[in-house]
Write a protein that binds this ligand. Structure first.
Ligand SMILES: Nc1ncnc2c1ncn2[C@@H]1O[C@H](COP(=O)(O)OP(=O)(O)OP(=O)(O)O)[C@@H](O)[C@H]1O
Length: 399
């Protein structure tokens, strides 16, 4: 979706009031009834109707004709606008530039502050690749799908913000966190290329050990990135140093599947280096020894970033809600009972179908063979008849 910043400067205060009223109404309604918008905004009925029309024209809200009542729904365009307005009111950003990236569930734009300093705006867009099977099961989503996906996007942004701040404060190579509002994060621009775009590096061994050291450093601080791969590692254009972005499923080392996540991160790097740079090393970190090393280093001063993050406002409840629908839902869904039983049923069906198909094919082949055999024999008899007749004719001719 295109990000339109024109409205940032030209929206009137009444329009803003009405848009905020729609957002507030969305907390309890999938489609916010017009009467409620009038009530929350405190404006006149006729005035609100006119404003709603102009907001709908600019794609900030969408009119929905419900079976019970007519109303409006906040669009991602309107949500983007509210977030950008909050950021510009705080003087964090002033103008919007080009889109520089598009992730699975986010849009990335170059923006600038009043002095023209470049920054990166990441807008979370959960629900873009929605997983209907899961979505329909979640109680808190209920029927209010769109507003809930916006809520999920806000949680995702809050999580990323909490991790980015803590990691940056502790000297990890992550972008500088600047501000956060609703589903948006403002961060420092990295003059870097994603690792996946790089075909050659001066020393693959050096980069490999830097990345493995980073995994170890994360673990010593009680964290596992969980998605540590060539897509989420940027390489600085000048220095060649790695920068880590995107922490959608960062987990604590005390998470029940921590070892699995840790090994997956390590394996992702090993596989990438083997394929891209033909570099392989027998030196790579192991989960248990890394943790015991960390505990020795720690010497009881309790430096655990997972604890710091959960104390920073992104609580356990939010983490749980997000975890249920977040990126890892693919993993959890793939391992859930419903999925396993459905795949089992499916594979059984396929097997049965394959058996019947094979049997049917065999029968068909047999039938064709028999048909050919009868045809062949009738042809042979025809041939012998005709040869007998020609022999007879020859005999008659000679007589
Ligand atoms: N701070 C930054 N500076 C420069 N480029 C960035 C920055 N943050 C993100 N990008 C660019 O945007 C792209 C997508 O960013 P990011 O990985 O955060 O999005 P995402 O939706 O989480 O992606 P995915 O889940 O598909 O990996 C990156 O590959 C990178 O090219």
């Amino acid at each position: 979706m295109k990000l339109d910043a024109t409205d940032l400067r030209y929206i009137t205060s009444d329009e803003f009031r009405v848009l905020t009223a729609v957002e507030m109404g969305s907390k309890n309604h999938e489609v916010v009834p017009t009467v409620l918008i009038v009530q929350i905004s405190g404006l006149r009925n006729g005035g609100v109707n006119k404003i709603m029309g102009s907001l709908a024209k600019r794609n900030l809200v969408a009119k929905v004709q419900n079976s019970k009542y007519d109303g409006y729904r906040l669009t991602y365009g309107g949500y983007d606008y509210l977030a950008m307005r909050a950021l510009s009111k705080r003087d964090s950003m002033y103008s919007v530039g080009n889109q520089i990236g598009v992730g699975k569930e986010s849009d990335i734009y170059i923006v600038a502050d009043a002095e023209g300093n470049e920054m990166v705006l990441k807008l979370h867009r959960l629900g873009r690749i929605s997983f209907r099977a899961i979505k329909e099961k979640r109680d808190y989503l209920g029927k209010r799908k769109s507003a809930s996906w916006m809520y999920m996007s806000r949680l995702a942004a809050q999580k990323e913000w909490a991790f980015m701040k803590v990691l940056h404060e502790h000297g990890f190579p992550v972008p500088r966190p600047i501000d956060q509002a609703r589903h948006c994060i403002l961060m420092g621009f990295q003059d870097a290329y994603p690792l996946r775009q790089i075909s050659e590096v001066p020393s693959p061994g050096k980069l490999y050990s830097e990345l493995m050291d980073l995994i170890v450093r994360f673990a010593h601080a009680g964290l596992i990135h969980g998605d540590f791969n060539e897509f989420n590692i940027l390489i600085n254009r000048v220095t060649g140093d790695p920068v880590v972005i995107d922490f959608p499923q960062m987990v604590s080392t005390s998470h029940e599947n921590a070892e699995w996540y840790f090994n997956r991160d390590v394996e992702c790097i090993r596989t990438f280096f083997r394929r891209r740079f033909r570099y392989e090393s027998q030196l790579y970190p192991r989960f248990k020894s890394t943790l015991s090393e960390g505990a020795e280093k720690d010497q009881g001063d309790g430096f655990r970033l997972d604890v710091v993050v959960s104390a920073s406002g992104f609580g356990r409840k939010e983490a749980r809600i997000l975890e249920e629908v977040s990126v890892d839902r693919f993993y959890h869904f793939r391992h859930s009972k419903t999925f396993l039983s459905s795949t089992w049923k499916l594979s059984k069906m396929i097997r049965r179908k394959r058996v019947t198909t094979v049997k049917r094919r065999r029968r068909k082949r047999k039938r064709t063979w028999e048909r050919m055999k009868t045809k062949l024999s009738s042809m042979k008899s025809c041939q012998s008849n005709s040869s007998k007749e020609t022999a007879k004719a020859n005999q008659l001719r000679t007589q």
